[in-house]
Ligand binder design. Sequence first.
Ligand code: GUN
Length: 291
Amino acid sequence: MSAQLLSGKEVAREFRKQVRVRVQELVDKGMPRPSLTVVQVGNDAASTVYVRSKVRACEKLGLGSTMHKLEESVPRGELIDLIHTLNADASVSGILVQLPLPPHLNATEIINEVDSARDVDCLHPANVGRLWLGDSHVTPCTPQGIIEILQHYGIGLKGKRAVIIGRSNIVGKPLAALMLARHATVTLCHSRTLDLPGVAREADVLVAAVGKPEMVTADYVRDGAVVIDVGVNRQTGADGEEVLVGDVDFAAVEEKASAITPVPGGVGPMTIAMLMVNTLRCYEYQHGLSA
Ligand code: GUN
């Protein structure tokens, strides 16, 4: 069996179109333009690539974007002062503090300073709590992107066994909340899980979000399972070029899975599309336009 390809790239195109249309509608009505502000601390190479693509995506959809790049050694107080200034700026709809932060900064403490109404990542403790209660104005970008891919391809979650490998605050934990809300039976695995391949083989829907290239081999996958690969691992190819590799051994797993997301072109484009959606959601929330 060769698995159906779940193209996040295609699904993302539809969401970007919806955002572009809505932004134009708001601007045509004379409303201020929704805008995203990204804060990057230091020069982490992967972060620089991500931040650039987030800013470019905003520009393409007509969303405003502002970038603040701070020195690696920025004092905690200076970063918090900047966040407070952004919180008080009516032209800032969404604020994203790119992670990871340098070791002298505590990410939880910093994110707690972001106005929860402007928290496009859904990482603020108030929004994390609301997410678990099913009542947040935004949902986290990568997990929501995964839910939208499954929905687009008609893959239901109700009554299914979902196994998530990776318990990060940004993917694994919030994805568990979203899948649980859709009536999946969710198992959240991590580095101390005993017999990980055995647990993974119980999955109808298996999600790999660990950051270890091709860790999920065919041995982890039950025949006919749906496999979602969140990994974005940069490796050097045979000709010295940079290649992106997922957390899943794609060639081996696609023989067993019924459907699988590729890397690139799977979850990645959805993360950015959902960030654009969340910028709009934060704007609508602040302007009392939420559904
Ligand atoms: N670093 C890697 N992915 C993300 C993301 O989605 N949001 C933030 N803030 N930082 C990240």
